[in-house]
Write a protein that binds this ligand. Sequence first.
Ligand code: 3PG
Length: 210
Amino acid sequence: MSKPQDATNVLTLSPVIPVVTIDNAADAAPLARVLLASGIPTIEITLRTPAALDAIKAIASEAPEMVVGAGTVLTEKDLSAAIDAGARYALSPGGTPKLMKAARKASIPFVPGVATASEIMRGLDLGYTCFKFFPAEQLGGATAIKSLGAPLAAARFCPTGSITPEKAPAYLALKNVLCVGGSWIAPAEYIKAGDWASIEAAAKRAVALR
Ligand code: 3PG
């Protein structure tokens, strides 16, 4: 059995993790059910809105098959709040030494963000092997990850940041990429409009990417 800190299991649930910034917690469980029915069993709720923690709670209690993660986890306090709300993994755009050390002892996997070889090496030193590569497109995209993988073969990545359905296959073809993250599947405007059909269509297309 893998350690609770090992993020590989959650990052291989779906080729694409929908990154969701939610304004109304009441939308969370219906959204989770649409994604589940479309073949996506995981979702990242970013801690960028006041509704985020309640959204995680709603998914954990009303759609328990959904493996809900918390994104934009910037501090130990964010991590504790996410765990208390029912998050089953957490991601960050970066990783302070303080947060990365604390998260090694957490009950859920934590995926720190990286942008450089040195940041990956610091994470590997602390026992991390899975990293969010952010912001992926701006950092050089799939070719950058391929280059980093040559000297840093132990590292695995979930790239996010301006990835589109057209760009995703180049990332997913790399052996050191476990999945990609992106907001295109469930953007805030679709959620606000209750446009579940568009979310379902985007989710089904994403499932077919790998
Ligand atoms: C993230 O926080 O992971 C990124 O902002 C993903 O969002 P994007 O797909 O809109 O870049």
